[in-house]
Design a protein around this ligand. Structure first.
Ligand SMILES: [Zn+2]
Length: 107
């Protein structure tokens, strides 16, 4: 069911998509850093001067939460369909909204 959007709707979807992409990138960085901290805590006594006994569980928790956030956040701005089939989807599998004109990974 292909749907034609008005200029305003397209603009709004584009904005939502950009915000989603920014949240995804921020969460991705947090995920990466907490992964690093978690890995370091497993191998060292201290991480950046803090006890691994403290950093390990904390980093593990952040890692866990951001992992699910990354999955939850990455959804179609129009129909909220989870885009689990890859973080570089160019099109929503449900409503067929194309992201290429939104400045996405390929656009
Ligand atoms: Zn959709």
């Amino acid at each position: 069911m292909e749907h034609e959007y008005t200029a305003e709707e397209s603009q709004e979807l584009r904005l939502q998509y950009r915000r989603l992409l920014v949240r995804q990138q921020v969460a991705g960085v947090v995920f990466f850093l907490s992964g690093l901290a978690f890995g370091s805590a497993l191998n060292r006594e201290t991480v950046v001067g803090l006890s691994s006994a403290l950093v390990g569980p904390l980093a593990g928790l952040v890692l866990f939460v951001t992992f699910f956030y990354l999955i939850w956040n990455w959804r179609c701005p129009a129909c909220s369909f989870l885009l689990l089939k890859g973080f570089f989807s160019t099109k929503c599998p449900r409503c067929k909204l194309s992201f290429t004109s939104f400045g996405g990974p390929t656009g």
